[in-house]
Design a protein around this ligand. Sequence first.
Ligand code: HEC
Length: 128
Amino acid sequence: MMGWGQWWRGVGAAGNPGLVRVLVTIGCLLGPGSASAEAETAGQATYGAQCAMCHGELGKGDGPAAAMLNPKPKDLSAPDFWTGRTEESVAEIVRQGKAGSAMMGYQSVLTAEQIRDVVTYLRSLARP
Ligand code: HEC
């Protein structure tokens, strides 16, 4: 298990510790029963800092860096993106990266919890 200090450094590397702290606080104020909303909010913050430049804020593949990429990021928010995929299989791609593309592995950048939360956020994007 990773210590909190290490966790916060990870969040710091994600770019915006202040924002994450505010979002986590809001999540806590919502009280019990909102654990998944909390995960989604934390995941959104990580996604915004680490993923949106390529994948776009809403996962459409239209981030500012996307035009330079080949292959380009696909639409992660399309409902059929999840056809044949599970949260675990998507988390595995985030951990390991995708060979032959600009998608690197985030295993050493993000904690297991951050990766899980980011996948929870991706799942929310595809909700019809
Ligand atoms: C440097 C640009 C870049 C960044 C940053 C980036 N990705 Fe990607 N990602 C790509 C590209 C290019 C692909 C390959 C094309 C595709 O499959 O969409 C990809 C693929 C993926 C896929 C696999 C889609 C499939 O085929 O199943 C997932 C999931 C994903 N990225 C999530 C993330 C998450 C989460 C982050 C942030 C932690 C992230 N990406 C950061 C460029 C990026």
